[in-house]
Design a protein around this ligand. Structure first.
Ligand code: AMP
Ligand code: MG
Length: 653
């Protein structure tokens, strides 16, 4: 893309930026290359830091050892400093007797008497060797014969149990190289040499601003239509992780004047500016217009063929990088780590990140958009022959997909899918991923967390991956999990779950969830009615709006039984979770829907019980013997889980 562009694509007509902004989408590689070309090479400014505050900094200069370590020849063991030649004839049958000199050399004691032939001086580990001595004999290999003499029954070689001056670090030796990250080991080496202060790369000051009228800082209550500012916290932490000094300036409303003032102020006091939000097309889209006024060369890339992260904007204003990350938190995180962290690390004098990678099989086909490099977060589980990487697809708006994932895989821009069965390289978020002991793949229920809580406390790593009942059964059939939680109603037999089991699976009873109609408490249309009567009342009121559930949801089948052929207002509003139904009713976007009792009660809604749903577990029989499976079965049967489930509104099967 963009082969005709020889320079940064700064929009020519500022008034037309809105129309132009996505016309010049660059590939991920082109965008990074242009961004780096506009910023580097550049000098990395340095500063002096005391050792105590140098942790995590990059050394700005090579360090040459100013002294020998140890500074003198010293004893490595507790014992006696001797002349090795005196002991040449010593053996089990031929002890050599030596006279003790009248001093004991402890750590920090400088010897005053020489060790003459036929004598020895008591010395502690770390004590300096006296003049004349060339070896140390361990106290265990000696016997006292009087107050003033010992016997030694072993010969000693010259240099035995002695560390010579400079044997650890020699004066003049190159100790550490410029660019090394200072960790505790490096700090130890510097301290041993007596170095109290080092020249380190100055951490770039990175101003962080969130944008959006809807943003509220964590700790403050949410008003209607407001959300918490997630990116402010994420970006601040990611800047610190990558060698920057983050200065968080809060969230600024989508107002051109206020935002421009904030951006100008930030650039005056910092080396880099990272904003988030306001990059997608829309009325609130103002920040990129401001960038064009802030300095040369301005916008380098606005729109990168990256998923998540397309609306990313990269700019350089008078030598300082200015970045606008996409608003969705996971998109903001991916683009930061992929395109911003490398630049920040270079500015901080740090080496590129070295992320750990593993190979894993992708069990399901992953569709991908042609022309965009796509990052897909995955959870790792242990399969019969190697690791399996499950895509954890919650969409770019979901922050939890990051927390539950172990890493990500990359689908190249030229691929439109990753076929099921592909062996893919997974970049790990943390180098030491622990593959879970127990894997639960299927329909998720909040009750599940109550049953697995004691396992987690006992150190069993439980991974539950929500893919719905049918997805869980497919995973169980492929042997990728221990349990598949399911709640599937079979209309033919009018029974739950058992009819859906396949060979190799067995049913473990879970619990019952009461499904029913939710409405706002006090709504006279529904109060006191049974489910059939409530739905009848709803259908006869043309102002009444319902909220449905998605195709394939067990709850939707229950709603269908009550609605028959009716398609009232709201029928096509089909959220995917019990909580979304409750939120729609609580927020007056709908008047009734169907959800499970615990969710209705937690949301403070009125509830009319309708039918009990069976939430059970398909156990992969071949995995029954595994200790974590046994632990889960025991937890399921325990009094603790029964009580917790009942407390939360479920009924144990
Ligand atoms: P925008 O690019 O401003 O249109 O934002 C895209 C989406 O990301 C919207 O749903 C925003 O509410 C959301 N968003 C933007 N900034 C933040 C932020 N700092 N924290 C959480 N969500 C955000
Ligand atoms: Mg916004």
């Amino acid at each position: 893309m963009g082969s005709d562009m020889t320079d940064a694509p700064v929009p020519k007509h500022r008034d037309n930026v809105d129309q132009d902004q996505f016309l010049t989408i660059l590939s991920r590689e082109d965008a990074l290359e242009r961004f780096e070309a506009a910023l580097f090479p550049r000098a990395v400014p340095s500063e002096q830091r005391r050792l105590s505050s140098a942790l995590g900094c990059a050394l700005a200069q090579d360090i040459v050892a100013p002294i020998d370590v140890p500074p003198f020849d010293r004893a490595n063991v507790d014992g006696f400093a001797v002349r090795s030649a005196d002991l040449a004839s010593a053996g089990e049958a031929a002890p050599v007797r030596v006279t003790l000199n009248d001093e004991v050399i402890a750590c920090g004691t400088a010897p005053t008497q020489p060790v003459l032939s036929g004598t020895a001086t008591a010395i502690a580990t770390g004590g300096p060797l006296p003049r004349g001595a060339d070896a140390v004999v361990m106290v265990e290999h000696t016997q006292p014969v009087s107050q003033r003499a010992i016997e030694i029954r072993r010969a000693a070689s010259p240099g035995q149990f002695v560390s010579y001056a400079g044997s650890d670090i020699a004066r003049g030796e190159a100790l550490l190289r410029a660019g090394s990250m200072i960790g505790s080991r490096e700090i130890g080496m510097l301290a041993a040499c007596g170095i109290a202060q080092v020249s380190v790369a100055r951490r770039p000051r990175v101003a962080v601003i969130s944008t959006g009228d809807e943003l509220v800082q964590p700790g403050q209550p949410l008003g209607p239509a407001e959300i918490h500012d997630t990116n402010g916290a994420i970006v601040t932490a990611a800047v610190s992780e990558n060698g920057g000094e983050a200065i968080f300036l809060g969230a600024v409303p989508d107002d051109e004047g206020q935002l421009e003032a904030a951006m100008r102020g930030a650039l005056q006091t910092s080396d880099m500016l990272v904003l988030s939000g306001g990059t997608s097309k829309g009325a609130g889209d103002v920040s990129h217009r401001i960038i064009a006024r802030l300095g040369k060369p301005g916008i380098i890339a606005h729109g990168v063929a990256l998923k998540p992260g397309k609306p990313l904007c990269l700019a350089v204003c008078d030598g300082k990088p200015v970045v606008i990350l996409p608003g969705f938190p996971t998109s903001a995180m991916f683009t930061f780590h992929d395109l911003i962290a490398p630049v920040l690390r270079r500015m901080a004098g740090l080496p590129p990140r070295s992320d750990a990678k593993v190979m894993a099989k992708v069990p399901v086909r992953i569709a991908s958009e042609l022309g965009r490099t796509e990052f897909v977060m995955v959870s790792l589980v242990e399969g019969a022959d190697g690791l399996i990487a499950y895509p954890s697809g919650k969409g770019s708006g979901a922050i939890t997909s990051f927390a539950q994932a172990d890493g990500f895989l990359k689908i190249e821009a030229l691929a439109d899918q990753m076929p099921a069965g592909t062996q893919a390289e997974v970049t790990l978020f943390t180098p030491h991923v622990r593959v879970p002991d127990l894997v639960i793949v299927g329909s998720h229920c909040t009750g599940l967390d109550l049953v697995t809580a004691p396992l987690a406390r006992a150190g069993v790593v439980v991974r539950s991956i929500a893919v719905g009942s049918l997805g869980g059964l497919a995973a169980a059939r492929r042997g990728e999990c221990d349990f598949a939680p399911i709640h599937l109603f079979d209309e033919a037999t009018e029974s739950y779950n058992t009819p859906f089991l396949m060979a190799g699976l067995e049913l473990v009873p879970g619990w019952r969830r009461m499904q029913g109609i939710v409405f706002r408490a006090g709504d006279a249309r529904f109060e006191g009615l049974n489910a059939q009567a409530a739905v009848h009342a709803a259908l006869t009121d043309p102002g009444c709006i319902m909220v449905n559930r998605n195709q394939g949801a067990g709850t939707r089948i229950l709603i269908g039984r009550l609605l028959g052929e009716a398609r009232p207002d709201g029928y096509w509003n089909q959220p995917r979770s019990h909580n979304a139904v409750a939120a729609a009713v609580a927020q007056h976007r709908a008047d009734w829907g169907m959800t499970i009792a615990p969710v209705a009660h937690a949301a403070g809604l009125g509830f009319i019980p309708f039918a009990e749903e069976h939430y059970d577990f398909a156990l992969v029989t071949a995995r029954t013997h595994r200790p974590a499976v046994q632990a889960f079965l025991a937890a399921l049967k325990s009094e603790e889980s029964r009580a917790a489930l009942e407390q939360a509104g479920f009924r144990k099967a």
